[in-house]
Design a protein around this ligand. Structure first.
Ligand SMILES: Nc1nc2c(ncn2[C@@H]2O[C@H](COP(=O)(O)OP(=O)(O)O)[C@@H](O)[C@H]2O)c(=O)[nH]1
Ligand SMILES: [Mg+2]
Length: 362
């Protein structure tokens, strides 16, 4: 190779090296900028997430004020009254738990476990036991269960959610709240007025649909619910709806009738969308206490319930009902209602719930 060619080669190599160096530097710089932006974005989402969690915790705190004041202040009084654990202390504690609507069976097994722990760990102070009580209540809920509080969304549109429950528990309001939540998440929601029985029920749902920005399907009062559902669901297949929520009437005066009606509704839904309904949410009013539990047991016998919505927790001092449902009914509470506004629905979260209930003690 001649000198000229050698130099030319070297130069070419140098040049390409240089270019490579420049490219590398540039690349590094670019990736640093990208990385920095990513970190900033992550920090921002983390911040937003954190803020959201804090807001949700506040909602629980506020919504459970009555329960907390009832239960926790009683527990605090008890702790002041008895510094040492005695039989009288246990008796009064048992009464407080029953009054909080935790459910007699649940309370009995709870007291058993508590006594065992007291004995085993040689616990004497009621102050210390107070913390263990919170612990044990938490354990009741999470024990032997995978807590499924997520909605089972269908892979194919639309996801169909059927709402059942007796009159006045908050079905229609809950539908509006859940629709509002899902619309906020960018979903297209349709509400179907399957409660054709109660006067004004269809109009009430339609008004909510307008308020939260959902589409609506309903017929005149007295129409056959199954035909309303059939037509509404058929429409949802054509208009790209993501989630359909079906309201139903809550007549429980006759179990056989209700069972037949729900069977018919389920059949009609399945005819149009074979694997639907994807969720059957039973709505229970927390202020009705043990009566609500009985409703849950009755509904569970006649139809396949996939989740419970516990409403009006803001209006009761008996927040313990969540634990009773878990023990006596065995269906997960998926949402809780903490007020009458469209924003007042929360995904049920046991940790926030326990915090809302016991924050004054922690
Ligand atoms: N305080 C409170 N009121 C509620 C809640 N959910 C529903 N309500 C009220 O309960 C009443 C009955 O509700 P509605 O949705 O019509 O019950 P439905 O008959 O089951 O459809 C209405 O006045 C609602 O505003 C809640 O979480 N908290
Ligand atoms: Mg209604």
């Amino acid at each position: 190779m001649g000198l000229f060619n050698k130099i030319k080669n070297m130069f070419a190599k140098d040049k390409s090296d240089e270019i490579e160096v420049i490219n590398k530097e540039k690349l590094n710089e670019v990736s640093e900028i990208v990385e920095e932006e990513k970190v900033q974005k992550e920090e921002k989402t983390e911040f937003i997430e954190e803020k959201k969690v804090k807001e949700e915790v506040k909602v629980y705190e506020k919504g459970l004020t009555k329960s907390r004041e009832g239960f926790v202040s009683k527990l605090a009084n008890l702790t002041n009254k008895y510094h040492k654990i005695t039989e009288d202390y246990f008796d009064e504690l048992e009464e407080i738990l029953i009054m909080a609507d935790i459910g007699v069976d649940t309370v009995i097994s709870f007291m058993d476990r508590l006594r065992k722990r007291v004995k085993h760990e040689n616990i004497e102070s009621t102050e210390y036991l107070k913390e263990i009580i919170v612990d044990e209540l938490f354990i009741i809920y999470v024990n032997d269960s995978v807590i499924v509080n997520k909605i089972n969304f269908s892979e194919k549109k639309p996801t169909v959610i059927l709402f059942v429950g007796v009159n006045g528990v908050g079905k229609t309001t809950t539908i509006a709240k859940l629709a509002n939540k899902m619309i906020d998440e960018g979903k297209k929601v349709k509400l179907i007025a399957g409660d054709t029985f109660r006067a004004g029920a269809t109009r009430q749902l339609e008004e909510w649909a307008t308020r939260v920005g959902a589409s609506f399907y309903g017929k005149e009062e007295g129409a056959d619910p199954s035909s309303v559902i059939y037509d509404g669901l058929s429409l949802s297949l054509e208009d790209d709806t993501d989630v359909v929520m079906i309201d139903t009437a809550g007549r429980l005066q006759n179990k056989v009738n209700l069972m037949n009606e729900l069977e018919k509704i389920n059949r009609v839904i399945g005819k149009i969308i074979p694997d639907a309904p994807h969720e059957v949410l039973l709505v229970i009013d927390a202020t009705t206490g043990q009566n609500g539990i009985s409703q849950a047991i009755a509904f569970k016998e006649i139809t396949n319930i996939t989740g419970i919505v516990l409403t009006k927790l803001d209006g009761t001092a008996k927040g313990g009902i969540v634990l009773a449902i878990k023990e006596q009914v065995g269906i997960p509470v998926k949402y809780i209602g903490l007020g009458e506004r469209k924003e007042d629905l929360q995904v049920f979260d046991i940790e926030k719930y326990i915090y809302g209930l016991f924050k004054d003690m922690m």
